[in-house]
Design a protein around this ligand. Structure first.
Ligand code: NAD
Ligand code: HSE
Ligand code: NA
Length: 436
């Protein structure tokens, strides 16, 4: 029999326990596909006594997880601890430095330190794999790195955070407000340890930055992802978007803008709540599901959809990476060797053309609509449709507008003109509209 691939598992929470369950359940199938057995030699987590509903008896327990990086009976370290820095990063560096392959589900660590780790892995001739880090069980890293590798990717976008999608689609179905549904989403177990990472778009930003590097061959640049989350979305926004023919989804969106005579190419990366036309496939992605669209110049539109989180789907991605390693894949983790990735500046967004949804919370008195309209006129924003919805008493009313296509800078200018106006009872909300 061929030599087994021996792995050490650090972190036995949702994903770690899922990996053990998968290997115990599908071991034979995994061996046949990998061409050799994948066996767990050692495991490590914070609390040895905890009941994880999986049998840990066959594996050696190791209190010091970093020591797993130095064991002679380990070929691959699987990091399922989490956190961009701290023990996860220490372990990852130690594992690669001592010639082990590394598999991780840790998008925060890869978004912050992925290129450093990939550079170390390339130099050491070992694999670094992170399929589980981006959209959980959906094989989107493989999709971009392998399946779509022959294409220039023109645009990449998608629903990258299950918690936010669950919140938005539940608000849509039930009319409930954000705060109530957030509590439900946390109880579902998808939310990050710090749920602000989910609802402020940071988690989606981690995933977008990783995918953008894979898709465009650019230096991974999480710091320049422009991220806005979903905290300020009201049930009324969802209702008004619906009456205008849209649903609201938190999307990550990335593209490379060609340089031309204006200078070198630039990388656009944005996480933002978008209005998605009801006939677009992403409008039908509900609950905690993720979906990624990659537009290749030869492949056309590719849509990857499935569970972006949860023990089973995420374990499926981790073990798929282990199977690749067992088969001998030690290719560049980001598809192109780190030294050859293009270093690009972040895009300027003011000149981007698109439609926007603007929501104003205004005092219910004469002249307010005229004031909004005048600001739009003076900033060169053309309004396609407008809905006014009020409480029917003296309270503030909501005015929602969809603009015609125009430069984002014009919308920004209109909001500047209205800043500080006593007519506004709350800061306006702007959402972009997805271009088909
Ligand atoms: N849960 C999901 O659905 C999901 C999906 C995709 C990616 N991920 C990523 O997978 C990783 C693990 O997520 P999870 O949901 O399984 O987390 P979890 O909190 O359920 O488990 C974390 C595990 O790491 C251990 N751990 C934490 N800090 C430690 C320390 N200092 N020393 C030793 N052990 C320590 C804990 O004891 C626990 O066993 C994270 O990077 C997460 O972002 C999770
Ligand atoms: N918190 C993440 C987990 C999967 O990465 C989500 O809600 O999508
Ligand atoms: Na994935």
């Amino acid at each position: 029999m061929t030599e087994p691939l021996r792995i050490a598992l650090a972190g036995l929470g949702t994903v770690g326990a899922g990996v053990i369950r998968l290997i115990q359940t599908n071991g034979e199938l995994v061996t046949r596909r990998a061409g050799r057995p994948i066996i767990i030699t050692a495991v490590s987590a914070r609390d040895r006594a905890k009941d994880r509903k999986v049998d840990l008896a066959p594996y050696e327990w190791q209190d010091d997880m970093t020591a797993m990086a130095h064991r002679d009976d380990v070929d691959v370290v699987v990091e399922l601890v989490g956190g961009s820095d701290g023990p996860a990063l220490t372990l990852a560096r130690a594992a690669i430095a001592s010639g082990k392959a590394l598999v991780t589900a840790n998008k925060a660590m890869i978004a912050h330190h992925g290129l450093e780790l990939a550079g170390m892995a390339e130099q050491g001739g070992v694999a670094l794999k992170f399929e589980a880090a981006v959209a959980g069980g959906i094989p989107v890293v493989k999709g971009l790195r392998e399946g779509a590798a022959a294409n220039a990717i023109e645009r990449l976008y998608g629903i990258l955070n299950g918690t936010c999608n669950y919140i938005l689609s539940t608000m849509e179905d039930t009319g409930a407000d954000f705060a109530d549904v957030l509590k439900e989403a946390q109880a579902m177990g998808f939310a990050e340890a710090d749920p602000t990472f989910d609802i402020d778009g940071i988690d989606a930003g981690h995933k977008l930055a990783i995918m953008a590097s894979l898709a465009f061959g650019t230096v991974l640049d999480f710091q320049n992802v422009e991220a806005t989350g979903i905290r300020r979305i009201l049930a009324a926004d969802i209702e008004q978007a619906e009456s205008l023919g849209y649903v609201i989804r938190l999307l990550g969106m990335a593209s490379v803008e060609p340089g031309g005579s204006d200078g070198p190419a630039r990388l656009f990366q944005r996480v933002h709540p978008y209005l998605v036309p009801r006939d677009h496939p992403l409008a039908h992605v509900d609950g905690a599901t993720n979906a990624v669209v990659a537009e290749g110049d030869f492949s056309g539109r590719l849509l990857f959809q499935g569970a972006g989180a949860g023990d089973g789907p995420t374990a499926s991605a981790v073990v798929a990476d282990l199977i690749d390693i067992a088969r001998g894949d030690t290719g560049a983790p980001f598809s192109i060797p780190v030294d050859l990735l293009d270093a690009v500046q972040p895009a300027q967004t003011g000149h981007r053309i698109g439609k926007a949804y603007l929501r104003f919370t205004v005092a219910d008195r004469p002249g307010v609509l005229a004031e909004l309209a005048a600001a739009m006129r003076d900033a060169g924003v053309s309004i396609e449709s407008l809905i006014q919805k009020g409480p029917g008493s003296d309270g503030p009313v909501l005015v929602a507008m969809v603009t015609h296509e125009g430069e984002e800078a014009c919308v920004t200018r209109a909001l500047e003109l209205l800043a500080g106006s006593p007519s506004l009872a709350a800061p306006p909300l702007v959402m972009h509209i997805l271009r088909q």
